[in-house]
Ligand binder design. Structure first.
Ligand code: DGT
Ligand code: CA
Ligand code: CA
Ligand code: ZN
Length: 570
């Protein structure tokens, strides 16, 4: 795999932080200003500044000299500007956090730290409550109030928090629908990371065209669920909902709707690459149109397809727009025909109240029927099916199978124990139509070996949530994904894309590596309740981000076809 260079945004953030920390330390103003200028210039540059620096050409940019170019190379080599690493060690970490509170800034933060000895957010809150901040000249009772209000906001003192796509997407769709229903709107679309089905999102972006933009913005800002209007202009607004979610709305004239949708769908990396490519051909791209630099002629497009076509590309599905080779593929007609939700014919990993599911076998299956599935596997946890329960559940499944218009499959989700053995005897496994094996404990202990051992079993069809990650709560286990993929191919075992919003495991890059190695993947819900069966949409999004086609997905096949490609039982 090739080394990825730091993005311009990453570089700029480091220079800004360095400037902040230097200001906190009271360093000389000239150098601080120089770093801030550099950050600005880097952000505005269309091509990769890291690459320019490696070629010794970054210093040709205005505002970037030899010292700054050297610092950029430090980021490429070591991940961080050396001076930044040093200063991070000198400044108490939380001082750097609270200097970002509105109304504070580095200068005041420095005085709080040096003159009042405040180095943590808790100390700052205590001092404000004890009315000690007013002892500093320039701060008064108003400042104390303001600081306390900021600190009372959920996580106001932390960096930007990312939310799970699975929990935010329904909200985003509601907001888009209410804008769509408003008489002043003409077209409305979801944009940003949510349109790209990124697993987490920082804020939610919506764009629209309108017959009356101010009226639409007014309606948006006065929704009953809006607790704060963070920004408001002629054509855009940002609001914060009760749940803390931020929504960005931009309203544009219809003739440039395609350009705007393209721009605000991103990703930044995709847009930067697109722009670089355009610049080489004498074109300049913005959210308002494509300009032919020589003539100054601006081409605005109502449809996104037209933007890509004008630039010489096939239309690129949003999930692919991450700067991972999609432009080259789109230029040469080599984009994959991505799998779609409608291609999924069955769910091969689901639970019921027979284990830790919240809904009964009957309720889950009723929903599966309503979804139009042709087959559906019940895979309750092995430890809950001991002492004859597996057979009793088997009878219940068979009885129900006779009454429903789909193939109901007997399955199990079997624990992979710490020594790599399976938590169910072969004679029981042999009774099942489909077996998922998963690690549910001691994630860091022999992560790879255990999975490899489980795949040796002739009964294990699929490995569940390979890395065990829980977004925002538990990191991925140190499993060697490459070795697992190799072994999966060798043994005929599948890997799943688990669609739970906080799992999405395999993650996109791993799923793409699996696909490139020739492995087929199962997209399943791991649903523990009726509503969770719909999460398969997220798994399909993840699969699309991994460039998967219908052929790459096991359960885009009929059950008969699945049986033909899966591991042969003894
Ligand atoms: P997020 O919000 O962090 O989950 O990710 P995005 O992709 O939704 O990012 P966001 O909301 O900051 O901006 C939406 C899109 O707008 C982004 O994907 C690309 C475009 N965009 C925003 N700022 C910039 C920028 O500074 N440069 C470029 N090239 N595009 C930008
Ligand atoms: Ca966003
Ligand atoms: Ca945004
Ligand atoms: Zn499960």
């Amino acid at each position: 795999m090739s080394v990825t260079l730091p993005s311009n945004a990453d570089l700029a953030t480091q220079f800004d932080l360095l400037a902040d920390l230097m200001e906190l330390e009271g360093a000389d103003g000239f150098r601080i200003a120089a770093y801030r200028r550099a950050a600005l210039r880097i952000r505005e540059t269309a091509s990769s500044v890291a690459k320019l620096a490696l070629d010794g050409k970054a210093k040709e940019l205005q505002g970037i000299g030899k010292t700054i170019e050297e610092k950029i190379v430090q980021v490429v080599d070591d991940g961080e500007i050396h001076a930044l690493t040093k200063r991070k060690a000198e400044v108490p970490a939380e001082v750097a956090t609270f200097m970002r509170l509105p109304g504070l800034g580095p200068k005041t933060a420095r005085r709080l730290w040096k003159e009042l000895g405040i180095t943590t957010v808790d100390q700052l809150r205590a001092a404000a409550e004890a009315q000690q901040l007013r002892d500093l000249s320039g701060l008064g009772p108003k400042s104390e109030e303001k600081i306390l209000a900021e600190l009372a906001k959920p996580r106001a003192a932390e960096g930007p928090r990312r939310s799970l796509l699975g929990t935010t997407l329904p909200r985003l769709r509601e907001v888009a629908a209410l804008l769509e229903a408003h008489p002043a709107s003409v077209r409305v679309s979801i944009a940003g990371s949510a349109r790209r089905f990124r697993e987490t999102v920082r804020d939610l972006d919506v764009i629209a065209t309108a017959t009356d933009a101010p009226a639409l913005l007014e309606a948006f800002c006065t929704q009953p669920w809006v607790v704060e209007v963070a920004a408001r202009g002629e054509t855009k607004a940002t609001v914060v909902g009760q749940d803390g979610l931020r929504f960005d709305l931009r309203v544009v004239p219809p003739e440039a709707y395609g350009n705007l949708l393209q721009h605000f769908t991103g990703s930044k990396e995709h847009n930067v690459a697109l722009r670089e490519d355009a610049v080489r051909r004498g074109l300049s791209i913005s959210e308002y149109g494509v300009t032919v630099v020589e003539s100054g002629e601006v081409h605005a497009f109502a449809a996104e397809e037209e933007v890509y076509a004008f630039l010489g590309y096939d239309w690129i599905p949003p999930e692919l727009r991450e700067g991972g080779g999609e432009l080259e593929a789109a230029r040469t007609g080599a984009l994959p025909a991505l799998v779609e939700l409608a291609d999924i014919r069955g769910d091969l990993h689901t639970h019921t109240t027979w284990s830790d599911g919240k809904d009964t076998l009957e309720a889950m299956v009723a929903r599966a029927v309503a979804k139009g599935y042709a087959y559906y596997a019940i895979c309750d946890h092995s430890q809950r099916l001991r002492d004859g329960l597996l057979d009793r559940q088997g009878e219940a499944i068979e009885a129900l199978n006779a009454q429903v218009p789909l193939e109901l499959l007997r399955g199990a989700e079997v624990n992979i124990r710490a020594d790599g053995s399976l938590d169910m005897a072969d004679e029981d496994l042999a009774k099942l139509d489909w077996v998922v094996a998963s690690v549910h404990s001691s994630f860091d202990n022999r992560a790879t070996e255990r999975v490899l051992a489980a795949m040796e079993s002739p009964y294990v069809d699929c490995i569940g949530h390979l890395t065990g990650r829980k977004l925002g709560r538990r990191d991925a286990s140190p499993v060697d994904v490459e070795r697992v993929i190799e072994k999966a191919l060798e043994t005929g075992t599948f890997l799943e894309i688990n669609s739970q919003p906080d799992r999405l495991d395999l993650r996109d890059v791993h799923a793409r590596a699996a696909r490139e190695a020739g492995l087929k993947l199962v997209i399943d819900s791991d649903g523990h309740q009726v509503s969770a069966l719909d999460y398969v949409e997220l798994g399909v999004g993840q699969a699309r981000r991994a460039w998967l086609t219908k052929d790459d997905v096991v359960n885009a096949r009929t059950w008969k076809q699945v049986l033909a490609i899966r591991k042969q039982r003894p």
